[in-house]
Ligand binder design. Sequence first.
Ligand code: KIV
Ligand code: ZN
Length: 503
Amino acid sequence: MAFRQIKIFDTTLRDGEQSPGCSMHINEKIELALQLERLGADIIEAGFAASSPGDFDSVRTIAQRIKNCRVASLARALAADVDKAYEAIKDAAAPRIHIFLATSPLHMQYKLKMTEDEVLSRIAESVKYAKSKVFDVEFSAEDASRSDRGFLKKAFEAAVKAGATVINMPDTVGYCTPGEMYDLARFVKENVKGADKVDLSAHNHNDLGLAVANSLAMVEAGITQVECTVNGIGERAGNASLEEIVMGINTRPYLYNAETRVNTKEIYKTCKLVSNIIGVNIHPTKPIVGGNAFAHEAGIHQHGVLAKKETYEILSPESVGIPENKIVLGKHSGKHAFYEHLKEMGYRDINGERLQELFDEFKRLCDVKKSVSNRDIEALLSNKSLEKNLKYTLENFVINCKKGNAYAAVSIRCGDNEIKTEIQDGDGPIDGAFRAVDKIVGRNFMLSDYGVQSVTEGKEALGESYVRLSLENGASVIGRGVSTDVIESGILAYVDAVNKLLE
Ligand code: KIV
Ligand code: ZN
């Protein structure tokens, strides 16, 4: 039986990134876009080109790099926004302009201060204008779920008549229930003239915890595109989570009569990448990728799973690419075995100098840890301090500390040759070390968050630190560092954040 194809529209880089604490550096956005391409997203919304020069640059760079999926930029229903969106995405293999305008009485009266007729003309004009530039134009009726049905029908018909290829019905404030969103999707499918010629799309926010349920209800109702974000990040309580929607459909294809193009084995890696970039750990009970999602603690469950997995397991960790955390390699493993193992873990593009550096790091780790597991290797892979051409790199450090007081001497390589050393005191070793880095760099950075956690169990485990430095304009950058020495991992994370900030 051939299932209906549901297109996955990923908006992690737009709706996800615009929420507080989730901002990403352009290099991280590119890395994530490439991973979303590998995952098999159908459309990547790379950003909102008109919102800032930084967003414009990242949308344009992503549009130029991505070859196997569509790249979209958001735009308000304004010619100037459409122009910016077009400039940013015009080099994409498959460009899309995504126009939005609110259609609910509340938004039209208080936010837009526009009449219904004005809104209808603006939709028609902006979609027509975008259509003169690209073939693929999406129209979103912001706050569609709280819009009057009769007016929404007119708004969507205006968009379709002007050439829209996708019409999207967001539950912008996460207010509705699955039953209501099912009805809305059926209403649009059955009543909007031309609805059968375009993709119908869901975009649900999670304010009441219903975003995924609402999206899946709309899939049942017959829509063909779902907008979502990795780990469900997004405004307020977030957006519908990509991995939950994809696995929901993948687990019950007959119920939804649907499938996606997503390579589910890339899900875990994608979720980990987003968690590392934004410095927010995946909650242990998060469906699909949380640390406990496949753990069976209760005796009855363990017994059942041992007898037959399916008694308590509806999907397997392997199906979403969670590597078994078995001990995989050790001191005597050679470079070839290490390389083969990376490939097995799904990292097929690592070779040359990068492979050698990772292998050297792996060997150093083997000297400290008797055995190295997949989770250790993942941590090494995400270690930014191995990157080349960094402005600052940690050379060495010495800590002298007693309770409540510490001295830190830190040496940093600045550029290619110069090594600078500073000694600073602080409340503790981390405080002293961060002050020493500040002194070397000649700045006083605002540390707004710092955390450390162990990658695996045991005293000799790798420690993974993250540091958030804030800027006066409210933006922040995240730095990460990995080492078996938690002080070193903290300094590495701090230096990583400084490099990003001063780029
Ligand atoms: O939530 C929303 O309504 C949006 C639109 C811009 C699509 O993000
Ligand atoms: Zn949204």
